[in-house]
Design a binder for this molecule. Structure first.
Ligand code: SIN
Length: 321
């Protein structure tokens, strides 16, 4: 892992492990779906991977989960570890190994709270580590190349040789190795034989002043639910959420709308009632590309190009203030 360049020229890339299929194990090498995620430690995922010239690798296990079970606590810990590593002068960037299922949520969260001036590169795999031909090692190597690239910045996700912006990334396929897209924004670039070919600017952003997320104390996340509009929808789910007894009160509601922000009239009536009762309501389109174009007189605000899951994170952070 450590290469032979002189120590004063060495830069570090830190690889944080969180689990996922990339760390998954199956009983047989020809089984690409019947595996258990989050079994292999991040240090082992780096075995056999050669760092770029002048770079040393460091591994740290932050979590070991199937990303469908990703939690706010892990997000907070991840944000904190990224901030601490990035603050060290010789750290060029951070790579995070992650499951594909919620990688877009973690990327958006980290973009929102860190907006780092150094690279934070998430990567993943669609096949477990035990597969006959796993995709994880190449994805990790590509992510390390991005993290070590001079001038790289912001939160990105690297998979199948494509660099996606952390805000734009969307999982669009259940099985193929190239399972992600960047919607209308398109990719940030490509990794080819360890070199990054940029096709647009690195992601820029402004970190939310949610600094308590980087502190040590546990954060009380506000309850925000997603309700989808569809043929035959009603207001029943929203009414039930407003009435829910014995659980945390509803603070926010994301409406996964049809098309350009439209809602079934019965769902819309219930959402307006929730808004009047003090719940923060926002519309986010369930279309995979495009954005909601607002119209004069809209009674419910919209999340622009954010998908419902990302709009939920944005709303939670807003409510955390
Ligand atoms: C996960 O998201 O942790 C499991 C699925 C995957 O990584 O592809």
């Amino acid at each position: 892992m450590v290469n032979s360049s002189s120590p004063e020229l060495l830069r570090r890339v830190v690889v944080l492990g969180t689990g996922g299929t990339i760390a998954g194990r199956a009983a047989s090498s020809d089984d690409n779906i019947g595996y258990t995620a989050a079994q292999v430690g991040v240090a082992d995922l780096l075995g056999g991977i050669e760092a770029p010239e002048g770079v040393t690798l460091e591994a740290e296990q932050v979590a070991q989960v199937d990303s469908k079970d990703m939690s706010f606590d892990i997000w907070q810990q991840l944000a904190r570890r990224c901030a601490q590593w990035l603050a060290q002068a010789d750290v060029a960037g951070v790579v995070i190994t992650h499951g594909t299922d919620t990688i877009e949520e973690t990327a958006f969260f980290l973009h929102s709270v860190l907006a780092p001036s150094k690279p934070v590169v998430l990567t993943c795999a669609m096949r477990p580590a035990t597969a006959l031909s796993p995709d994880g090692p190449q994805n990790v190597r590509d992510a390390i190349s991005v993290a070590a690239t001079q001038g790289a910045r912001g939160v990105t996700v690297v998979c199948a040789g494509v660099v996606h912006g952390g805000v734009d990334i969307l999982k669009v396929h259940t099985y193929r190795l190239d399972a992600f897209a960047s919607g209308d924004a398109g990719p940030v670039g490509y990794v080819e034989e360890g070199e990054v070919r940029l096709v647009r600017a690195w992601p820029q952003g402004e970190a939310l002043p949610a600094t308590k997320l980087l502190g040590t104390a546990g954060v009380q996340w506000p309850r925000v639910e997603i309700v989808m509009s569809h043929a035959g929808a009603s207001g029943a789910v929203i009414d039930a959420l407003l009435l829910s007894v014995g659980t945390e009160p509803l603070r926010g509601l994301v409406l996964a709308t049809t098309g350009n922000g439209t809602l079934h009239h019965a769902l819309e009536a219930a959402a307006l009632k929730a808004q009047d009762a003090g719940v923060s309501v926002i519309r986010a389109t369930r279309c995979v590309s495009g954005r909601i174009l607002p119209k004069a007189g809209d009674a419910l605000r919209d999340a622009g190009a954010l998908t419902p899951v990302k709009a939920r994170i944005a709303l939670m952070l807003e409510l955390l203030g």
